[in-house]
Design a protein around this ligand. Structure first.
Ligand code: ZN
Length: 150
């Protein structure tokens, strides 16, 4: 288990140092801002939604390693997926971090996102890990306001 934990930490560190899809796609037709006042994380998520599919996704912002890595891995996980699939991933990810009844092993569908399962032991960090996902949801619903984790 400690090996797995080290691997998880390596993946998170890698994504926080070299975030993927850190950009504002030209054709973005949805966006939302998110803020986690507890930690000071700020993020803007951009989406290119066509035919109910996430054709492209990018994000900008500044935050701690967990929030940056979570945003980076989220963009990789949702690109090319349908809006319904993305919604399902949001719920699986959110439950993994917040539900008391979450299974010990994260659902296979979460794939690489399982690296964040250890974060549930640190309630303050849960908001860092879920900020990008809450902001993504607001962007999908095209809610023109800043999402706050508070
Ligand atoms: Zn944070």
């Amino acid at each position: 288990m400690s090996d797995l934990r080290e691997l998880y930490q390596e993946v998170i560190l890698d994504h926080s140092k070299r975030p993927r899809n850190l950009c504002h796609p030209d054709r973005a037709n949805r966006s939302a801002d998110g803020h986690n006042p507890l930690c000071g994380d700020r993020i803007t998520v951009y989406l290119v939604i066509e035919d109910d599919l996430v054709r492209d996704v990018g994000f900008e912002g500044s935050g701690c390693a967990i929030s940056t890595a979570s945003a980076s891995m989220m963009t990789e996980a949702i690109k090319g997926r349908s809006v319904a699939e993305v919604d399902r991933l949001f719920h699986l990810f959110h439950d993994m971090l917040t539900s008391r009844d979450a299974p010990v092993l994260p659902p296979a569908e979460l794939d690489k996102l399982a690296v964040f399962s250890g974060v549930r032991e640190f309630p303050v960090r849960v908001k860092c890990a879920t900020l990008a996902w809450h902001t993504l949801r607001a962007a999908l619903e095209d809610v023109a306001k800043t999402v706050s984790t508070e």
